[in-house]
Design a protein around this ligand. Structure first.
Ligand code: ADP
Length: 626
């Protein structure tokens, strides 16, 4: 077959730009990435030959060989792993298969510092070779096939593939080094990079110079060593290897579990969230090994989806080596490991939350929204997850636990109050919070989309019901006002003192608003605002409805209850006017709809008829100026 030319997917070219710009001072990691790929390829072949779907035509002695050609100014990384078929070459080297790439690239802003952390979350892989090479050749032969292929590119938008010759299966990546990157021909330099980034790789990495072979790494699977013999640096290096990341692990969990089912886990929680945390395709990225043989990095049954931020490996001697894809989801032994790992992770989170609350807040900001998915997905661990959950509240800027909130409950308060919304700034301004603030009642502020889903599923914590402040039936009158605020406004007597004309006003508003509202009531939750909207106890929460509408999952709008603040001067004035029967009904209608639209605006809702609103407002202003 003749040489064929291909163009890189547009994303690849963009990625190469970012890599070149942001990783300029981390160039040496290209070697770590290529060694990782080579080791993965050997892992894959070892597993494939065990399950027999790919014959191993290599000798089974896996090895990664580095060699230099000083004349040609090249560095080669060769493995005897699984290799790539022609279509795999064209599909994988030249495209980016990761979902969420587009969104990721859109975030890059040309600022070197920002881009380093971005690219770190993304993982650079093979493309990092273009940081040091003006041309890259990949000579490969897939295990079990007789044809070999040469992929070649200068990283400027195009690559070629042609038939070539390679004696056995595996891949050789040859880098034609840039003038300024000639240091990567130096054995000492190469050795240093391998020792500092790839020492733990379980396959020997050898520097070959003629007949001389020098093994550069210690080639032992890190997780099989005793904890006490592993330095933090080694853990970090291993984390970088499994995650292709640059950050520090926020938490390292290395355990050996003996029992009916024995296994070792070496798991990490990253300190920065990966770019694809919320893309629907993201699954667990923890690698499964059986007795040190890599099995898969895509094992759904190993960890629950709400722990998908974990990286690392799990190795068990008690699973069969030929464990199949179908078994990943349903094997009872895997289910057991999953239960054990989940428990361990949640326990560690609890410890950290108690002992190092400030550090824990970092974790929570990164991954809290993911962990909260467990509140509705995993009933067994629900109370454990609630214990380690943290919340913004009306009390302070600090994150608070539910235990904190319960300790801070007021006399007569029997529920944990919350409000949901798009963002903190907006919910903090909600008029529905006024009465709670004036009574010193702490309210949870929830702004993650997932909150709308777990709250109805969870219903209560330590026998305290979760109640939305944007719903009717909050029984605020049972709660005593905060001592410090008592007297200032004297809110708790409010509903016991009937205000003359108020009932008439309520009736008039109901007539004017008709179907536009479900009801009009006198509020016990407002202190400063004249009106607000709440949903009735059996209707959908206001914010949830808005969210579903934004995602086109809902068309109709549920009419809300309009609550009025009987003590607000405007409302009080209206009550006297209604009593005196001075207003004609169009004026009452205008006033009623202006109040309703005002409440909608504060909710962040679009007005159903903005031009009517503008007309009413102008009329009202004109009248006011007369
Ligand atoms: P990643 O390793 O994160 O998937 P890379 O860009 O490093 O991303 O590699 C892309 C793909 O190319 C790999 O997933 C693998 O399928 C293939 N690949 C890269 N290097 C090798 C190799 N040495 N042997 C076999 N396949 C390889």
């Amino acid at each position: 077959m003749a040489k064929e030319k291909f163009t890189f997917q547009a994303e690849v070219s963009k990625l190469l730009d970012i890599v070149a710009r942001s990783l300029y001072s981390h160039k040496e990691i290209f070697l770590r990435e290529l060694a990782s790929n080579a080791s993965d390829a050997c892992d894959k072949l070892r597993y494939a030959s065990l399950t027999n779907d790919t014959p191993n035509d290599g000798d089974g002695n896996f090895k990664i060989i580095l060699s230099v050609d000083k004349k040609a100014k090249t560095l080669s990384i060769a493995d005897n792993g699984i290799g790539m078929a022609r279509n795999e070459l064209a599909d994988t080297l030249g495209t980016i298969a990761k979902s969420g790439t587009e969104a990721f690239l859109a975030q890059a802003n040309g600022n070197e510092k920002d881009d380093v952390s971005l690219i770190g979350q993304f993982g650079v892989g093979f493309y990092s070779s273009f940081m040091v090479a003006e041309k890259v050749d990949v000579l490969t032969r897939k295990s079990g096939e007789d044809k070999s292929w040469l992929w070649s590119s200068d990283g400027r938008g195009e690559f070629t593939i042609e038939e070539a010759k390679r004696d056995s299966c595996g891949t050789t990546v040859t880098l034609h080094l840039n003038k300024e990157d000639k240091e990567y021909m130096d054995e000492a330099r190469i050795s240093h990079v391998i020792k500092s980034h790839s020492d733990h790789i379980g396959i020997p990495i050898v520097f070959k110079d003629g007949e001389r072979e020098e093994t550069l790494n210690s080639a032992s699977a890190l997780w099989t060593l005793q904890k006490k013999d592993i330095k933090d640096e080694k853990y970090k290096e291993f984390y970088h290897h499994v995650s292709h990341a640059f950050d520090e692990p926020w938490l390292t969990l290395h355990n050996h579990v003996e029992g009916v089912l024995s296994y070792t886990n070496l798991l990490f929680i990253p300190s920065t969230p990966p770019f694809d945390l919320f893309t629907p395709e993201r699954k667990t990225q923890v690698k499964l090994y059986v007795n040190r043989v890599f099995i898969t990095d895509d094992c759904e049954g190993l960890l629950p989806p709400y722990l998908r931020f974990l990286r690392g490996i799990v190795d068990s001697e008690d699973l069969p080596l030929n464990i199949s894809r179908e078994m990943f989801q349903h094997d009872p032994r895997l289910a057991k490991i999953k239960t054990g790992l989940t428990k361990r992770v949640l326990n560690e989170l609890k410890k950290k939350a108690e002992k190092k609350p400030k550090e824990y807040d970092i974790f929570w900001k990164n991954f809290g929204a993911v962990l909260k998915e467990g509140l509705y997905e995993d009933q067994t661990n629900r109370s454990k997850i609630l214990e380690v959950s943290r919340f913004h509240t009306t009390k302070s800027e600090e994150l608070r636990s539910l235990a904190d909130v319960i300790t801070n409950m007021k006399k007569g308060q029997d529920a944990i109050y919350y409000i949901t919304g798009e963002n903190l700034d907006m919910v903090r301004q909600s008029p529905q919070l006024e009465g709670f603030r004036s009574r010193g009642v702490e309210v949870l502020l929830m702004c993650d989309p997932v909150d709308e889903f777990w709250l109805p599923a969870v219903a209560n914590f330590e026998e305290k019901q979760f109640k939305s402040v944007t719903r009717s039936g909050t029984d605020l009158d049972n709660i005593k006002a905060d001592d410090s605020k008592k007297g200032k406004k004297g809110k708790d007597k409010k509903s016991t003192k009937p205000i003359p004309g108020m009932d008439k006003l309520v009736a008039a508003l109901k007539v004017s608003l008709g179907e536009a509202v479900k009801d009009v009531t006198i509020s016990d939750r407002l202190t400063n605002s004249p009106v607000c909207l709440v949903s009735s106890e059996d209707d959908m929460d206001i914010h949830l409805e808005r969210m579903l509408k934004q995602h086109n999952q809902l068309n109709e709008t549920t009419p809300r209850i309009l609550e009025i603040n009987a003590e607000h001067p405007l409302i009080a004035k209206m009550a006297t006017i209604v009593k005196g029967d001075k207003e004609s009904s169009t004026e009452m209608d205008d006033a009623a709809f202006l109040l309703l639209d005002q409440a909608r605006l504060v909710e962040g809702e679009a007005l159903p008829d903005p031009s009517e609103f503008a007309r009413r407002l102008s009329t009202m202003m004109e009248r006011g100026m007369d």
